[in-house]
Write a protein that binds this ligand. Structure first.
Ligand SMILES: Nc1ncnc2c1ncn2[C@@H]1O[C@H](COP(=O)(O)OP(=O)(O)OP(=O)(O)O)[C@@H](O)[C@H]1O
Ligand SMILES: [Mg+2]
Length: 1054
């Protein structure tokens, strides 16, 4: 924003040159004509009423400036100028709101100015700004809505059209908006001051009654009007000014709807709204109660109701007997300690009573509404809150005819001026003195003396008015004036006809019943008429009791003093005293807060846009003390702060004071500012405070602080982030180590457990195996083996013992053998059988005599030679070899045959010799000796053939049963020439066996014995083939038949 370019005149009067009234007015006019209605004097805002809607308000403007802070200004631009461009009313509200939120200071915004200068509008702007910038949320929004909606309700009941202002506030309002620590509104408290209730019954020409009456009649629907028994036409109502019933640009009907809506938003119930409207209607109806002048029989004047219908209607509406109401309106009960006296009221008194009732009902209704709103918007006690007060109080009034109301209003304004003086002009200059800052005093008007004139506890006008009201005896407004004249005859700010006369002054503007006070804002002449009455604010007890009796709950609650049992005769405090004390409370409240001023100025008397009346503005600037304000401001220092808090706020800017400072506060501040090398003109070091001349310097400090804060925040963030990451990392690392150690541990444990389990298993197996080995014998399973073994052994034993006892005979021919009892013994049994048999044989053999042995040897030899070869062998076996079949031993003749041959005869038998030539047989005796075979012819005992056994080469026999055999002789033997012998013996087996042995013994040669059916025998140098044929069995009784076949073949049939 190019602020300086857009600037019209000077935005801050501190910059005004030359500093005099005229340029000041010119500057204001210039700005006003350029629609710059706001101007600053430092932090005091001057606001000129534009009488037109300027395009500088609304949400978009608020949004634009909400984040703007007073200190966020470029150091080279004067802040005041800058701020004045930034919607000063918003800017001021912004400063107040931010100070409240950020610096924890309660604030108040004092809006002052004449009637119609724009105070109420400014207060609404402040509220709407605060509502727009503060926090959001359902709760907060509803509080904001309630606070904002209190305006239309209060304006409807408390504002009226006056000559000066179409929407003039006829009450003073101070509103505390309460915030929480974040700056969100929590609620508020509204205090109202002195409603101008006389307006209810009477209005000046060109003025209206309170808006609500017109709004009700114009806006209520037919149904509501019917219910309230009202007529839409305002001319029906005596209390409503007949001439002015409409205000230009004001839509009463739609405003009525807004009011109803606002009441709902605030929290009024349907019933409450209805009751409020009923009481409002009641006031209108009271005005229509016409009274008549009546004379009593005793001549005293009395009053009565002209038309009973009105009273009747009221009675019905509020639930009160109309006669009772009538009585209360027309008579008065005087109560003393001893008795009660009822006096009738004359016409005037009755009218006064009726009007007093109407005024009281209305003003009490107004108070009730304020309290009801407060109930809705109040904040709980427990909450710690910050407060922003907004004071919109009636402006200074100088009317043609000024009465009690103007007097108290002006008193209030006087007090506000005093606050301004005390807190800005006086306090500031005194502070410089206190702090020892070199200072040239700026003169200004101190209105303390005027305040004193009015409010002094004994010698003040209000105190004397009260005294007059309470004084016994004849009391009137003129006795009051006389007293004032007497007391203030020498007072510089008090004038009256009497004091003027005393000073020989002639002033035709001063009436006899008037006094004049030289207020800070000008001289105001007050007419004392009605002062006593208005101060007394009397409402006859009969009326309050009647109202209390009404069945209307709201109305009844408005008159608590009407309770008949309440017998206190103590007078209620007077209106003046009440007002004074509430002003005192207000002042105390304001002094406890940081003030922010909006000085409203009215540019013209005609509510016209664009018109600038220099005289009118000059008067206002004069009494507002703007010039002095600028002077003090200019000469002084824009900012001051105690060393402690200042150092606390800015010590972060100094290298030696940050982060720690151990020295004193003042030294610290000097160090910080010294390091910043600010110009010495800009600074003044007081005893307890530092003073900074221009805002520019302060803004420079603030900007530096902001940057430094950012740096520090970054530093803190950096360290914090580092710390967080580090700890996070360490934590992660620790966790990782923990996890891996657990994991590894777990893995190892598992592994170990596996190994251990395996080892244990192996051990168990080994141990088991060993144990089983050692204990197998004890096992049941082993028992079977043992038993089987035992059984086996026992049956074996039994078998063997049985065998022993049942052995078969020892005869070797007995081959019987008991069978094995079990199959398993079969082999053993066979073996045993064999053994037994062999044993039998051995025993048999051992018992044999040598001879028997010889015989058996022979038999054995025979078996070897012929067993299985010769058919006659088996028959030969059982027949013992006797060798001597001829009885040779006992026959010496035969012995001789043996000749001289060596040794005994081994065999002596008769054989047949087969003639090889013809096949005929002839008997021969054959003797076998150890060395010879001797053949002897039986008939010719001498003729014998001796064959040496060494000559016998071979013997041939047949395989048949026959006894034929052939002795094959060596060719060189002595008998060889005779050829081989073909013989037949009945004991051929024995013979050949003995021969075989004899040959073996004699020649150590095994004789070859061939078993054959075909063989050849040598015969006379040639050989004859012998062929043996088996003849039919048993045919020839062992006789053989030889048949010659050719010369060389012989066939033998056996
Ligand atoms: N900032 C503004 N912008 C537009 N119009 C304004 C502004 N301020 C005041 N007005 C006009 O001036 C009129 C009077 O203003 P306001 O009611 O605020 O005066 P006041 O100082 O409260 O007077 P009173 O003391 O009588 O209550 C308003 O109704 C409005 O029309
Ligand atoms: Mg107002």
């Amino acid at each position: 924003m190019t602020l300086m370019e857009d600037s019209v005149g000077v935005g801050d009067l501190v910059l005004l040159e030359p500093l005099e009234e005229e340029p000041l007015l010119k500057n204001l006019q210039l700005r006003y004509e350029n629609k710059e209605i706001y101007t600053y004097i430092g932090n005091v805002l001057i606001s000129m009423n534009p009488y037109q809607q300027l395009p500088i308000y609304g949400p978009e403007f608020i949004a634009k400036y909400r984040d703007y802070t007073f200190y966020e200004l470029k150091p080279h631009i004067p802040t005041s100028v800058f701020t004045c461009f930034l919607l000063p009313s918003y800017a001021l509200a912004n400063v107040a709101y931010q100070s409240l939120r950020d610096r924890d200071r309660d604030q108040c915004i004092l809006i002052t100015g004449e009637s119609g200068a724009g105070k109420t509008e400014a207060s609404k702007l402040v509220m709407s700004y605060v509502a727009a910038v503060c926090g959001k949320g359902e709760q907060v929004n509803s509080v904001k809505e309630q606070l904002l909606q209190s305006n239309p309700v209060l304006e409807a009941f408390g504002n009226a059209k006056t000559i000066r202002n179409n929407n003039s506030s006829r009450f003073g309002k101070y509103m505390d908006i309460e915030f929480d620590f974040k700056g969100s509104p929590l609620g508020g408290v509204i205090t109202n001051y002195l409603l101008e209730k006389s307006r209810v019954v009477k209005q000046l020409e060109g003025e209206r009654n309170f808006h609500i009456f017109y709004q009700l009649l114009a806006g209520a629907d037919a149904h509501l009007l019917e219910a309230l028994k009202l007529k839409r036409d305002t001319s029906h109502y005596a209390y409503l000014n007949q001439k002015v019933s409409r205000v230009d640009g004001m839509d009463d009907a739609s405003n009525f709807k807004s009011v109803q809506n606002a009441m709902t938003v605030i929290g009024f119930s349907e019933v409450e709204i209805q009751q409020v409207l009923e009481v409002t209607a009641l006031v209108l109806k009271l005005g229509n109660v016409e009274l008549a002048d009546e004379s009593q029989a005793n001549g005293t004047s009395a009053s009565g109701i002209r038309d009973g219908r009105g009273v009747q209607e009221i009675g019905e509406m509020i639930g009160l007997n109309s006669e009772e109401l009538e009585k209360a309106l027309c008579s008065r009960t005087m109560k003393t300690a001893k008795e009660e006296v009822v006096t009738t009221l004359n016409f005037t008194q009755a009218q006064y009573a009726r009007d007093a009732l109407a005024k009281n009902i209305y003003s009490r209704l107004f108070n009730w509404i304020v309290n009801r709103i407060n109930e809705s918007i109040k904040v709980g006690n427990g909450e710690k809150k910050k407060v922003m007060g907004v004071l919109d109080i009636y402006g200074f009034e100088i009317l043609e005819d000024n009465s009690f109301e103007q007097f108290v209003i002006n008193y209030c304004n006087e007090k506000l001026q005093q606050v301004f003086i005390e807190m800005t002009l006086k306090e500031e200059q005194e502070e410089y003195k206190r702090e020892g800052i070199p200072w040239t005093k700026v003169d200004y008007f101190d209105n303390g003396i005027i305040c004193n004139l009015i409010e002094h506890n004994q010698q003040g006008i209000l105190a004397m008015l009260d005294e007059e009201c309470l004084r016994p005896g004849v009391v009137s407004d003129s006795t009051f004036l006389a007293k004032l004249n007497q007391v203030f005859s020498k007072h510089g700010y008090y004038e009256s006809k009497v004091t003027q006369n005393a000073q020989r002054q002639y002033d035709h503007t001063m009436g006899l019943s008037c006094f004049r006070i030289c207020h800070y804002a000008g001289k105001v002449t007050y007419n004392v008429n009605g002062f006593i009455d208005k101060n007394n604010d009397l409402l006859f007890r009969d009326l309050s009791q009647a109202m209390w009796k009404a069945q209307h709950p709201l109305l009844q609650s408005l008159f608590p003093e009407g309770v008949p049992t309440q017998t206190s005769l103590k007078r209620p405090p007077t209106a003046g005293a009440q007002f004074k004390s509430s002003v005192a409370i207000l002042m105390k409240n304001l002094y406890s807060k940081n003030p922010n001023y909006i000085r409203c100025i009215k540019p013209n008397e005609h509510q016209q846009r664009g018109q600038f009346s220099s005289e009118l503005v000059a008067v206002q600037t004069r009494y507002l003390g703007l010039l002095e304000n600028v002077r003090v401001r200019r000469a002084g220092y824009a900012y001051r702060q105690r060393y402690g808090p200042f150092l606390e706020r800015y010590r972060l800017l100094g290298r030696s004071t940050w982060p720690r400072w151990n020295g004193g506060d003042r030294e610290g501040v000097e160090k910080v500012l010294g390091e910043l090398s600010l110009s010495s003109e800009e600074l003044a070091f007081g005893k307890t405070k530092i003073f900074i001349r221009s805002p520019k310097t302060l803004f420079y400090l603030e900007e530096k602080r902001r940057l430094r804060l950012q740096q520090l925040a970054t530093l803190i963030q950096k360290i914090y982030r580092g710390w967080r990451c580090r700890t996070h990392y360490q934590l992660m690392r620790k966790s990782q180590i923990l996890i891996s150690s657990w994991f590894r541990g777990n893995m190892q444990r598992k592994h170990y457990a596996k190994i251990k389990a395996s080892v244990v298993l192996i051990q168990a197996f080994v141990r088991g195996w060993k144990a089983r080995k050692d204990y197998r014998k004890y096992f049941r399973s082993g028992a079977a083996l043992t038993l089987a073994d035992f059984i086996y052994k026992s049956i074996t034993q039994k078998f063997l013992l049985g065998l022993r006892n049942n052995l078969p005979s020892t005869n070797i021919l007995d081959r019987t053998w008991p069978a094995a009892p079990y199959r398993c013994f079969n082999t053993a049994n066979q073996e045993l059988q064999q053994l037994f048999y062999r044993w039998k044989c051995k025993r048999f053999r051992d018992r044999l005599s040598p001879k028997q042995v010889e015989i058996l040897k022979e038999k054995l030899c025979a078996s070897e030679l012929f067993k299985g070869k010769k058919a006659s062998y088996p028959q030969s076996v059982p027949i013992p070899f006797c060798g001597d079949y001829l009885g040779l031993q006992g026959n010496p003749k035969l012995q001789k045959l043996k000749g001289g041959e060596e040794g005994p005869v081994l065999m002596a038998d008769t054989v047949k010799k087969v003639n090889r030539g013809n096949g005929k047989t002839s008997s021969r005796i054959l003797l076998l000796t150890k060395g010879h075979v001797i053949l002897i012819d039986t008939k010719k005992s001498q003729a014998k053939t001796v064959i040496g056994l060494d000559s016998v080469a071979e013997v041939s026999v047949t395989s048949f049963k026959d006894g034929l055999f052939s002795l094959h002789l060596n060719e060189i033997s002595s008998v060889g020439s005779r050829g081989d012998f073909l013989l037949v013996s009945e004991h051929v087996i024995e013979l050949l066996t003995k021969m075989y042995q004899a040959v073996l013994d004699a020649t150590q040669r095994q004789l070859l014995i061939s078993v054959t059916e075909k063989f050849s025998v040598r015969f006379k140098e040639s050989s004859v083939a012998v062929k043996v044929i088996q003849g039919p069995e048993g045919d020839r009784n062992g006789k053989l038949k030889c048949k010659k076949k050719g010369s060389r073949c012989l066939e033998v049939t056996v």
